[in-house]
Design a protein around this ligand. Sequence first.
Ligand SMILES: Cc1cc2nc3c(=O)[nH]c(=O)nc-3n(C[C@H](O)[C@H](O)[C@H](O)COP(=O)(O)OP(=O)(O)OC[C@H]3O[C@@H](n4cnc5c(N)ncnc54)[C@H](O)[C@@H]3O)c2cc1C
Length: 488
Amino acid sequence: MANTAEYSSKTTRDGFLSYSDGSIENGLTTLTAVEIQKLDNTKEYDVIIIGAGFAGLIAARELGLRGRKVLLIEAKDRIGGRTFTAQTNDHNFEIGGTWIHWSQPHVWSEITRYGLSLKESKGVAADRMSILLENGTKLKEISMLDSLVALANAMEKYSDVDDVQGRTVIPFPHTPFVANELVQKYDQLSMQDRFDQIIDSLNITDEIKDMLLALLSMNMQGDIAEGGFIDHLRWWALGDYNMIRMFDKLSRYKIKEGTSTLAQAILNDCKNVTLLLSTSVLSVDHTNTNSSIIRIQTGDLLLARSVLVTVPLNALQNLKFFPPLGIKKQESIANGQCPGGRKFWVKLEKPIGPWFGMAPYPNPITMAYTDDEEGYIIVGFGPDELLDIQNINIVEKELNKFLPNVKVTYVLGHDWRNDPFILSTWSWYKPGQMCSSLKALQIAEPPIFFASGDIADGWRGFIDGAIESGLTNARYIQQYLNKRFPSH
Ligand SMILES: Cc1cc2nc3c(=O)[nH]c(=O)nc-3n(C[C@H](O)[C@H](O)[C@H](O)COP(=O)(O)OP(=O)(O)OC[C@H]3O[C@@H](n4cnc5c(N)ncnc54)[C@H](O)[C@@H]3O)c2cc1C
């Protein structure tokens, strides 16, 4: 690739590390933070790609390999977007997107291509489980094995809208609108609406009810009254209509070498691509369809025959388009998606072995589990903004509700919800949003194209979806350029 520095571990401005003595370090060490790049003297690019997350990286590689001149512009001081592996105290911590699975076709193909491998997060299969009942006031220790069947039954009833586990609604999980009428029907429901429909017929203990509510709230990272039920059915279908298989796909296996290693491998594979980091794009002017004008934060103007926008859905409102985008797209951008919640990692003073904890909304931690063999490291999730993850005392206090007396040595994470270039975690749509917005957000307005994990067809909200969307749009752009500028 052109104009890139040597890659080695550097510090990104993203993320924090809080220690038990009260000190906080801002910024984390990661493989994918690189030097600020300088532009080469290219007058006009075939494609300018805005955003160097997985959607942008994949599209850059594909188009560059087809001989297109590509400029990849990223606001952050690193590639990888909503994913990065922090290398801290001899441990790899995945601060954003983490778990992948061999049934996620696009990411798995990249794992094969670059020869990467998997590592298991141990606590996911732990038998020792703590649940917080009665609004977080009562701690109960249970055996996961003893509760699993009842919980899986409850989840099946929650998902079973048609006596065949939702198969008639989402028969092909990578083609979302096959059963259009049914999708429209269930898209109107919130996750809470569906819960209210079936709770009386569930016949479950309060304990299983709280576990079910914790799982649902965990998935959308907030109040289930605000999350669309169709996204639950989508995850259910992608999870083979089975709770344990779904859970394995969502939270069990991560890239052993680190997610940043995959991002970097894709970058290293790029040809004809110039990378410009720490540069935010302010506007895209496509009044002249033969040449779009991109204004960057320095005030400089850059020219391109086509533009691929991979900015996260909730941050798209900060990018200006001239002339304005189609009205449905504008409305969909203004509506945004659920903003998600918190993810944090802690290192404990003493190991606790494999362990898993859960509590329903609005507990500040809905799910947490050990990651490593010994149980020194815990990954945790909180809904909305209910947990101040930078405050180690608060994090320890909340963890002590599940694990009395454990002491936290340090906590680390990143505030994705308030990161101005992201403004969300993983994609979860609001009720009605899938039918009102997904197609509008996906549709190209040539010479402007849109790709993101937030608007994928299949694993929307996942690394796999970002890759799918990047690949699809690289194909569209290649077709567009071939047709529009045949002499290339
Ligand atoms: C806490 C968390 C946990 C997650 N867990 C998982 C998981 O376990 N498994 C999984 O598969 N997925 C997970 N995800 C989701 C996954 O990380 C994302 O779906 C995926 O990485 C999105 O990739 P993307 O390329 O579409 O967008 P992004 O990675 O968000 O990339 C978009 C890029 O655009 C840049 N940008 C924005 N505005 C501008 C601008 N104006 N100018 C220039 N650049 C701009 C941003 O800085 C960003 O780098 C998680 C996400 C989070 C936050």
